[in-house]
Design a protein around this ligand. Structure first.
Ligand SMILES: C[S@@+](CC[C@H](N)C(=O)[O-])C[C@H]1O[C@@H](n2cnc3c(N)ncnc32)[C@H](O)[C@@H]1O
Length: 440
């Protein structure tokens, strides 16, 4: 058998060979953004990244691995700073030739040497590019930090800055709520029974993040969160939901309830393909308010004809819609600890009829060691490390810090069902797994 290092190097070299062949077929050379999201290349790219990360961890001095890891707090802090000062927006105007820090300094009113050091820190990690000494330009990563609006438009309406820029919204949110909450992470985990989650300690509030976003003064944060979520939702094809609820098997008039549905983006995708079904989107007041505008803009007939109803409902209260064919929740349960997920599932169980289904759409937590369900090649981690479950584990930590929430394994979901009167009938794998339950 090959040594681990040789096997990793071989994964990289054969992956790169295949990737370059695919790019050259399209007449382009790497790096290029045009094939970034091509699903045909996704697995190959994942293997290359997984192997590269594992080679780095294998050959780098352990002390340097630790120093780089713990220092990544400054990646979050510097990203927050460049978002606050709109550096990527400024560099967008400058284009490929970039801009000297002295000029960025005049626009941002930030010391030029501070700017240079921050941008060099990020460029060292392949975010921004130092074109010549002290001259920086956006690269394909830092471009994502820019708004789709001009600097003038951002100044005129700062709250709208992130509306169509989900990556910038997401980065800003992590550098704000995330970084501040992380300070209280260890304190919370050492005493979870007697304290509120790290987010609550950081912002000195007893409210859930959802309530807090609706408070006066935080509306812009709520809007930023919604923009970040829109980006996440884009990753989830409608087919995930339609396959999960087995929409092809439903008849006209069958009722589908999107519980904690936000503005109803999952339902909108369903409605476009299955307009003969009846839908109800439920969420708290602020979201349903936003949902009205969303549906007016995207499918006004759906609400006007009654095919889609928007309903204010807290999923901790008795579910008002009885005997629906399907109740589904997309990326909701990971926001809550087990005790609350059981309440949510129980409330739906009380309203469910014999042939109702409950379908949860969530990321499944995966082990790093090899298990019988992994297909990762030797010697990669069972979950492909940062290239596989990496971002899922980031989200898991963010859920833990923000809401005492949790990314769960299949067994966790099975047990939650057993305790609330639901049998986990099947798990359909995917970017989001569909966990399909029947009443017992
Ligand atoms: C992560 S978002 C997911 C939204 C939507 N399911 C989607 O996939 O786009 C979680 C949603 O849960 C909603 N939520 C929070 N507390 C709630 C409650 N008590 N009752 C109903 N919805 C709630 C939030 O307002 C938010 O829209």
């Amino acid at each position: 058998m090959e040594s681990p290092l040789t096997a990793l190097a071989n994964i990289i070299s054969s992956g790169v060979h295949d990737l370059e062949a695919a790019y050259s077929k399209e007449g382009i050379t790497l790096p290029a953004t045009s094939l970034d999201d091509d699903p045909r290349l996704a697995y190959n790219k994942r293997l290359i990244v997984a192997a590269a990360a594992q080679i780095i961890a294998s050959v780098r001095a352990p002390v340097d691995v630790l120093k780089e890891s713990v220092g990544s707090v400054y990646t979050t802090a510097t990203l927050g700073f460049v978002i606050d000062t709109k550096v990527a927006d400024i560099l967008k105007v400058a284009g490929r030739k970039g801009l000297h820090v002295n000029e960025i300094s005049v626009i941002t009113n930030v010391d030029a040497s501070h700017l240079a050091r921050v941008l060099r820190y990020l460029a060292t990690r392949h975010i921004f590019r130092e074109v010549s000494p002290d001259v920086f330009a956006n690269n394909r990563v830092s471009s994502l930090l820019a708004s789709t609006r001009s600097l003038k438009e951002i100044k005129a309406d700062p709250d709208a800055r992130f509306d169509d820029a989900p990556s910038a919204a997401h980065t800003s949110m992590y550098a704000d709520e995330g970084l501040k909450s992380a300070v209280f992470f260890s304190k919370y985990l050492q005493n979870p029974e007697d304290s509120l989650p790290a987010f609550n300690m950081a912002f000195n509030t007893g409210a859930t993040a959802w309530e807090w976003y609706g408070e006066h003064g935080n509306e812009w944060r709520g809007r930023r969160f919604a923009a970040a979520m829109k980006g996440n939702a884009k990753r989830f094809a409608t087919e995930i939901i339609s396959n999960g609820i087995d929409a092809d098997s439903l008849f006209g008039g069958n009722l589908v309830v999107d519980v904690g549905g936000g503005v109803g983006s999952a339902t909108l995708g369903l409605y476009k393909t299955y307009p003969h079904l009846q839908y109800i989107v439920q969420d708290i007041d602020a979201q349903i308010h936003a949902a009205k505008k969303y549906w007016e803009e995207n499918a006004p007939d759906a609400v006007n004809t009654g095919s889609v109803k928007l309903q204010v409902h807290s999923f901790f209260n008795r579910q008002p819609i009885e005997n629906a064919r399907v109740y589904f929740l997309r990326i909701v349960t990971h926001d809550w600890p087990d005790v609350d997920v059981k309440k949510i599932m129980s409330c739906i169980r009380t309203a469910a009829g014999k042939s109702s289904k409950l379908v949860l759409f969530e990321v499944l937590a995966r082990f790093t060691c090899k298990t019988s369900s992994d297909s990762s090649p030797y010697p990669l981690l069972g979950n492909l490390g940062i290239a596989g479950a990496g971002i899922d584990t980031v989200v898991d930590m963010h859920m833990l810090a923000s809401y005492d929430g949790k990314e769960r394994t299949e067994t966790d979901f099975k047990n939650l069902g057993l305790e609330t009167g639901w049998k986990l009938e099947s798990v359909k794998p995917g970017v989001l797994a569909a966990l399909v339950y029947s009443p017992v």
